[in-house]
Design a protein around this ligand. Sequence first.
Ligand code: PBG
Length: 323
Amino acid sequence: MFFPIKRQRRLRKDDRFRKIFRETRVFPENLVYPIFIEEGIKDSTPIAAMPGQFRWPVEKADVPVAEAIKAGITSFLLFGIPQKKDKFGLSASDPDGVIPTVIPMLKHRFPQAIIITDVCLCAYTDHGHCGIPDVTGKILNDETFPYLSHMAVAHAKAGADIIAPSDMMDGRVAAIRSSLDIEGFPEIPIMSYSVKSASAFYGPFREAADCAPKFGDRRTYQMDFSNSREALLEMNLDFEEGADILMVKPALPSLDLIKQARDNFNCPIAAYQVSGEYSMIKAASANGWIDEKSVILETLTSIKRAGADLIITYFAPQAAGWL
Ligand code: PBG
């Protein structure tokens, strides 16, 4: 008669056992809720490709924040959608622009909230690219720095707690860091989108933030999702340039890169469960093909298990209610 010596099922036999041996737990404090704020609208507008998500007018931005705080969420990532767009995305650094206007309002009403702001030009430029193009349509790198730096400083002056550059220009963390320091904000951390792959999973977001590129694509600045050594290099560069938190996105397609980040850097690691990851789960569960709650909690736990301290997710308030 053969008996296996090791039987993993011994420790899985019921919920009491499973609970005490569980290695990974997600807490509401691990979750960051992204919110879209649009200038010049009167009412919240549903985002068709992201059921349950809205663009909020500045005056009503407190509504999703209050709801999320009630569920236990403490951190928010703000995206602005301006009324005016131009080649240089100038409205991004306007002190009276959408994000600098909404931050003090939110801070006043929710002083305990952590407000993170996305720093990138794509929602503010008329061509929809994250940097400034030359006449041939090539996205210029160093020429984009001043615009990003001004944007970051405008957010810092308005009271942002953390600055999150997502443009993927080379060297922009250093440029933004030095502008923040010079302008008197040496204590504001930078959470850089370090490994941001050129991903089709951002599709629904482009509707949400009205930032689809009008020509070409983002593959000259966002990373090739085939590359993991390069991902490590990107993280290294951002870390050396002064990034305080490294972010990897999209999350579920990049679990190996999140793990690499965790293993190689002793700083907080964030992962962004992006719009396409959200919409897929929403669509499949709306059709009754998967169980929404179980799938959401499984994805969040897997992302944390891979090594993320923070998870940016549109499910934040929903998931916090279950955790
Ligand atoms: C802006 C930006 C994007 C996302 C975050 N910041 C879109 C893009 O780069 O095309 C994607 C987030 C999501 O899909 O939820 N550069």
